[in-house]
Design a binder for this molecule. Sequence first.
Ligand SMILES: C[S@@+](CC[C@H](N)C(=O)[O-])C[C@H]1O[C@@H](n2cnc3c(N)ncnc32)[C@H](O)[C@@H]1O
Length: 363
Amino acid sequence: MTKRKTSNGKGQGNKAKKGSKNGRGSNSWKKQNGPRKEFVKKEFTRHIPVLLQSVLEQLDLKKGQVFVDCNLGDGGHSEEVAKTMNGDITIVGFDLDQDAIARAGSNFEIAFKDLEKKPNVIFINDNFRNLTKALDEKGISKADAILYDLGLSSYELEESGRGFSFRKDEPLIMTFSNKRNETGNESTTDEMTAKASDVEFTAEDIINDWDEENIRTIIESYGEDKFAWKIAKGIVKARELERITTTAKLAEIIKQSVPGFARFGKTHPATKTFQALRIAINDELNALTETIPQAMEQLSEGGRLVVISYHSLEDRIVKNFFKKFEEEEKGRILTKRPIVPTEDEMDENPRARSAKMRVFQKI
Ligand SMILES: C[S@@+](CC[C@H](N)C(=O)[O-])C[C@H]1O[C@@H](n2cnc3c(N)ncnc32)[C@H](O)[C@@H]1O
């Protein structure tokens, strides 16, 4: 594994070194929640919050303030924010995935039991591209810090059964929202019912119904895979025989489509195609492009916008927005270079390895 050194160009990098005074990071998570591996085996796969200590530092929240977590997931970041504030905080947690909302809710119940004060938690089961509208509906006019921790959680990857992983044999769905599986009785809020149309489109539709050129284009643009044309050709040829409905089948088709030397490398040849499909199905880049200006508007003066991205396409969008905001004199970029995980964190949590965090402060 290629190791990156912590760096943000301003000496404010993630200080979560093993044994360091402030070295809470994922180690502190382990101290407070018990050994991660045991936790995973006995309970369920809980997502390990990435760059945790840096996130807490960069959000720079004070007691009594409003924190908006646009990617709640299992609630790892929010939970630590609340603990740091001894519960004296309002947390607004967005997630498209109903399971995430439910899981974060039960994690919070346990985590907040002994806090001096119970945090005011508001869950929003919606896409963060609707940030302004959703906050308005909840009567929240300003946020003191907003966090994006983009992409998918460990639960979604490993346990949701929605086909995010090429290492599993699951239906090709790949939506963050799981409303297509709902029975109806979970759909108790307006947010949930109003968004049901978000999930009518799945990875199976792209793979089986799109023409070769369009499949190639998304693999090229969202996966940046140099064998995109070979993979698209392989998919179209295979689907002539039968509809491609599972991740295992698709992964095998991709493996057979790339040149021999690319089949057995360190990275599975389906990695980039799966990323591309997920980005396309969830319209991830457009959602990010729509939400960041809304987040700037929602921030109070001096408020911080913190974004953790996991691939260059997302990071480029964030970087360009921050540059534009600075040119428009809306505030300043606090991370001339992105903050990245330490080697320790990457060893402990390999999913953190591609993380890049950028921070902007509004004036
Ligand atoms: C990387 S996980 C967040 C993990 C979380 N920070 C934690 O520590 O547990 C990303 C979460 O964002 C959600 N998500 C992705 N895109 C979204 C969007 N456009 N709107 C709302 N939630 C989204 C996913 O469903 C997933 O639960």
